[in-house]
Ligand binder design. Structure first.
Ligand code: SF4
Length: 73
């Protein structure tokens, strides 16, 4: 299963991910960064497996992130 990885500490809070894919991302009211919904935290990195059906849309989000902190594995 593919995994989405977010290097959250480098998020600049532009909200593009949350606008493009609200099922997976929402903006935190606490720190203004994007939260990868349901993800597990490993140190500063957040990781969640996704269905293959979400892959294409998530790749588009990863490409759109201006600081390139969303990766697919
Ligand atoms: S697109 Fe990237 S920088 Fe913008 S809110 Fe999402 S994770 Fe943060």
């Amino acid at each position: 299963m593919p995994k989405v990885v977010q290097y959250r500490d480098k998020c600049i809070g532009c909200a593009i991910c949350a606008e493009m894919q609200p099922a997976l991302w929402r903006m935190s009211r606490k720190d203004g960064k994007a939260t990868l919904i349901g993800a597990l935290q490993k140190k500063k990195v957040f990781i969640i497996p996704i269905n293959a059906g979400l892959l294409e849309a998530t790749e588009a989000v990863a490409r759109a992130c201006p600081v390139n902190i969303i990766k697919l594995q």
